[in-house]
Design a protein around this ligand. Sequence first.
Ligand SMILES: [Zn+2]
Length: 80
Amino acid sequence: MTITIKPYNNESGYLCLPLVKNIPSPRHHNWKMIHCPSCGTECWMSLSAKITIKRSGGGLQGVCTECALRTGMKVSAKEG
Ligand SMILES: [Zn+2]
């Protein structure tokens, strides 16, 4: 299983964080377990994700995979 941290998405402004239930043990020592700010599910914040969010200056929010997908669907539904 390959884990990819998606690059900054201008449309949604959400960074997709891997779910703890999908990846029970962190793949890097710098992964930190956080609670998704949207649904509260446990997910992993990697150091690179943290840096990306910090660089965005607040425009980017880290949410779990499920919320990122849900938000993406919501955005497309609204626009379509
Ligand atoms: Zn979530």
